[in-house]
Design a protein around this ligand. Sequence first.
Ligand code: GDP
Ligand code: MG
Length: 595
Amino acid sequence: MKNIRNFCIIAHIDHGKSTLADRLLEVTKTVSERELQAQVLDDMDLEKEKGITIKSHAIQMEYVLDGEKYVLNLIDTPGHVDFSYEVSRAIASCEGALLVVDATQGIQAQTISNLYLALGNDLEIIPVLNKIDMAAAMVEEVKDQIVDMLGCKREEILAASGKTGQGVEEILRAIVERVPAPKGDDTAPLQALIFDSVFNPFRGIIAYFRVMNGVIRKGERVKFFNAGSEYDADEIGVLKLKMSPREEIRAGDVGYIISGIKNSVDVKVGDTITSVATPCREAIAGFEDVKPMVFAGIYPVETDQYEDLRASLEKLQLNDASLTYEPESSLALGFGFRCGFLGLLHMEIIQERLFREFNMDVITTVPNVSYKVFTTKGDELMVHNPSGLPEPNLIDHIEEPYILAQVITKTEYLGAIMKLCIDKRGVLLNQNFITTDRVEVNFDMPLAEIVFDFYDKLKSVSRGYASFDYHMTDYKPSKLSKLDILLNGEPVDALSSLIYVDHAYDFGRKMCEKLKELIPRQQFDIAIQAAIGAKIIARETVKAVRKDVTAKCYGGDISRKRKLLEKQKAGKKRMRQVGRVEVPQEAFLAVLKMD
Ligand code: GDP
Ligand code: MG
């Protein structure tokens, strides 16, 4: 145990975590140069494209320092707020963390929130100033920021470049010298913390764990403490570039287990693995059942693909227990599913995976948060869909989820950011100056306000110099009303939303304006109305036109004409008939496109 080091890398997105991890693997010869295609740790295509690490993984390296051999377990953490629970479990599996800060960017929101998590778990922090090869590197300034933030000595900060490899040997030495060896009792009953899991179509679920106490042995019967399920440890091993089977894994070390588990709900991140023969008395602290926070309807573009969509969602859920889905139907969209996601990025990822991995073309409705509805009869309901709201006279009050929002920016943008957050119903909690020109502000804010366009607005008012992070706090009572959209007098259920009362008029008006742009002219006038209950609060009209897309081809060019007709046909597929009105798919996401 004394020669094991468990560490993670915490960094704001794009600060160079994956690149640096690759260099560590290269220098320790864990992978050969040939094997090292760009960014080994991000092995999903989608991750490579989005440039983010979606699922955390672990990898074991061997490193010899002054003639002594060490095992270094690098536990990779996802870099996005949607996955902050997974980050917290990865951090709980380590004794140390490399805190990577981009020398051209300085400290950003995720640097700080992950740092708080690491400090909360008593991790030894090794500050690394990265990208020092770049001309724009502000080495001294960012070192000042790090010293201010950590209260560390200037000399403790390592300077490196994941690109050129400069400073990487020093990082490895610091990991051995500064990160404490794991503690733990290998004679105690088994307690292993699951920090991640992946689904493999041939082998079932592979769970990654850190053994806190005891020993896990191949073939023994194990129990997942919180899930309550039992399995045989068919294969255990350590994670090199490939899985490398072992007979046992002892306290302090990191490994994987394969036990023919087919369902992701049995293997929850944060759960404890123990032995059935000599079980531990209690689970490792900190287990949480993560609940989806953002919900949206997902409908097949082709209505006859409903069953295929169900099968695809079922498969996705096997490897992603945080995705939920239940059947729902909409007058406008037919049969589909109401899906629950951890956040907006998670929702985008699922939509993308449905398309890429399952060839499913879907219509997604406007996302909303989940509401707690208290009825006049004293019942409490969770409502995931505005159209599922009880009749107004049966509602006593509604609560919505709130977050602690944390923004870090330059002082010059503070005013604009304050205004934005206050417009979004934020209440300023505190502000701290990290350095003279860099400030952290915290707001208490409804989650619903960041579900739509918050990120984009934040980016634009701060010219990109703001970073954002948030954590769920609690449900609080709120003045909300249901806003309906009517097309030629017929309510379109998929366009209903729950809106903060004081924002409802403005929202309704903008929604009608946007829909007017998105709904094509048809052979009759289309009235677009926004209503709260029976009261119409906004109206627009799409004027009738005889739609002849080939008219502008002045008869001549046949092939051009055919192309246009084909395009129109393809466009039709993504249209939905609402009464007599044809509504294009984009219209169902109109809210996301409003200014
Ligand atoms: P992550 O999001 O923290 O994993 O960041 P990545 O490792 O994906 O790096 C983000 C971008 O910065 C990529 O385009 C990298 O090529 C680039 N990058 C990473 N480290 C360095 C470095 O030390 N120097 C330079 N010049 N670029 C780097
Ligand atoms: Mg990365």
